[in-house]
Design a protein around this ligand. Structure first.
Ligand SMILES: [Zn+2]
Length: 116
């Protein structure tokens, strides 16, 4: 186990799990605000893509847009911006390599992650 402590946040690597924990309240607020900005940008772009998808009549083009929209959604779901289980955007996160996704520390501690 390696433990790196840098000022007010930690990156802890335990058996290939990566935990990112922020302790300072101001840094927590900045982190959460950045996550909100990213989520708003995603939702705006998703709405834009959905409108194009709905307006497209060519089935091949529709399939391409659908795949692109689903790919973006999958990327967001697996990102550090929100927990894949409880959708929390305010908690510290842990990366589970088996799932190739980030989950909040509460779901991890409560054993809500299958086959972790
Ligand atoms: Zn969670």
């Amino acid at each position: 186990m390696r433990n790196f402590t840098i000022c007010t946040w930690d990156v802890i690597i335990i058996k290939k799990l990566r935990v990112v924990a922020v302790h300072h309240p101001k840094l927590c607020k900045i982190r959460n605000s950045l996550r909100e900005i990213i989520l708003h940008a995603y939702h705006d772009y998703d709405a834009y893509l959905q409108s194009i998808w709905l307006a497209t009549t060519n089935s091949r083009e529709r399939d391409r847009y659908r795949a692109h929209i689903e790919g973006l959604q999958e990327s967001l779901n697996r990102s550090i911006c929100k927990c894949m289980i409880c959708q929390s955007i305010i908690n510290d996160m842990v990366y589970i390599p088996r799932h190739k996704a980030w989950f909040c520390i509460n779901c991890w501690k409560n054993n809500l992650i299958p086959f972790r």
